[in-house]
Design a binder for this molecule. Structure first.
Ligand SMILES: C[S@@+](CC[C@H](N)C(=O)[O-])C[C@H]1O[C@@H](n2cnc3c(N)ncnc32)[C@H](O)[C@@H]1O
Length: 420
């Protein structure tokens, strides 16, 4: 069972958080919105940060364990509830609180049934009470939705254990030489120079080093693509699809002259804020990376392409339920165009790194196989201990890897150079 977060209380006054959780889950499952987008509207009007955190935690657990929660609900009703029935949605949230967040059953009932104003309260109460009397439990590892299982095949057994709990908090340091110092100051551990891992639930704004920009939040796997370009020593790099800027910051901190390009003006503002906080510099361009023209040719191009983000399923479990083959095909077409244009912006001898935070081979391995440049295979020394490159010299990470240390996001990364 997940550790009980401090913000949880058995006070039925926590109703606004539960109402927000219901809105949030509805936006994801019925309207197909991302958790990030849905949060903006669903959490509006909730002032208390603890209530927001509670709403997020409930929905996160409900989405991670949705298949298993539904199986429990179905085991306790003679008449199956429709997949989109409000009573099912409320029961999912109630069970997630009881079975994953350790909320006492009386508090779950007091706040849960209120959400079914004018609806089948007796039915929901009956289902919850039956399961409570049976003292049901969840499996050790979440069952993934059928279509995810169909796509991931044998990988499911390796990935699913990594989804049982929300991930820890990873930081990338501006100065990798100070890794031991920051790990000590922040009470974290490190899996690589420049990386510090903290317990989940830590509020970043309260941590030492945040205000002065000594680090930024970035999953360990997400830090690998920029690391593969090595020290910049004043050379030029084009960071394509750069916002919100995690890799831009890494490259600037490693001594590259960075041009960061993204199509979203709003997201570029976040890159600017991140550069300002960390005191790092980059030229920013708002443009479409499929067509952006310039006479300049770069010593390196990093293409962290837009993708379905199924590799971030630990922190964004909505992807398990939202993403289907249509999204993957659309993203793969966009990535193919981006990858072709990225190659045209390299100078002879220049290095290209391609990355996506997706677990779908169409967005990773299949894209890399089309690149006609000279492979620059990744070696074990480039990676955290315990992660090996593929036989092709590519990197494939997933949430089940480094499980004893808290896992990591799913990424695909490949590297080439343009022959001089
Ligand atoms: C995976 S995110 C990039 C994350 C970023 N590299 C980082 O490390 O913080 C993908 C980005 O691609 C941008 N994007 C999507 N389509 C684009 C296009 N055609 N041209 C340029 N940027 C695009 C999105 O706005 C988004 O910011």
């Amino acid at each position: 069972m997940a550790q009980r977060p401090a913000f949880l209380s058995s006070d039925p006054a926590g109703l606004p958080a539960r109402r927000a959780a219901l809105r949030l889950m509805d936006a994801v499952l019925r309207r197909g919105e991302t958790l990030d987008v849905a949060e903006h509207a669903a959490l509006q009007g909730i002032r208390n940060p603890a209530d927001k955190a509670l709403a997020r935690a409930i929905v996160g657990e409900a989405l991670r364990w949705l298949v298993d929660l539904d199986a429990l609900i179905d085991s306790a009703t003679r008449m199956p509830l429709a997949p989109d029935a409000k009573a099912r949605a409320v029961l999912r949230l109630m069970l997630a609180q009881w079975l994953r967040l350790d909320t006492p059953p009386h508090a779950v009932v007091a706040t849960g049934l209120e959400l079914l104003d004018g609806g089948p309260r007796r039915l929901a109460h009956g289902v919850f009470s039956t399961l409570n009397k049976q003292a049901v439990t969840l499996p050790q590892v979440p069952t993934l939705p059928d279509r995810v299982q169909a796509r991931w095949g044998a990988l499911v057994a390796e990935v699913a254990p990594g989804l049982a709990s929300p991930p820890p908090l990873d930081l990338t340091l501006k100065d990798p030489a100070a890794t031991a110092e920051w790990a000590g100051r922040l009470g974290g551990t490190s899996l690589m120079p420049g990386h510090v891992r903290l317990a989940r639930g830590t509020r970043v704004e309260d941590l030492a080093g945040y205000a002065e920009g000594a680090w930024w939040v970035q999953d360990l796997a997400a830090s690998l693509p920029a690391r593969l370009l090595g020290p910049g020593e004043g050379r030029s790099v084009l960071d394509l699809c750069c916002a919100p800027g995690g890799k831009t910051l890494q490259l600037a901190a490693a001594g590259w002259q960075v041009t960061g390009l993204d199509s979203s003006a709003k997201r570029l503002q976040r890159v600017e804020q991140n550069l300002a906080r960390t005191g790092l510099a980059a030229d920013l361009v708002q443009a479409d990376a499929r067509t952006w023209g310039t006479a300049e040719r770069f010593d390196a191009v990093l293409l962290d392409a837009p993708c379905t983000a199924t590799g971030t399923c630990r922190r964004h479990p909505d992807v398990l339920h939202r993403i289907g083959q249509g999204h993957i095909t659309d993203m793969a077409a966009l990535q193919a165009d981006l990858l072709v244009h990225a190659q045209s912006l390299l100078r002879p001898g220049g290095m290209l790194v391609y990355a996506t935070c997706s677990l779908e081979p169409q967005e990773g391995e299949a894209q890399a196989a089309t690149v006609p440049l000279t492979p620059a295979p990744v070696t074990e020394q480039d990676l955290p201990a315990g992660i090996a490159p593929t036989p092709e010299g590519w990197v494939r990470t997933h949430p089940g890897m480094l499980a004893q240390h808290g896992g990591l996001d799913g990424f695909f990364i490949a590297r080439w150079h343009l022959s001089a």
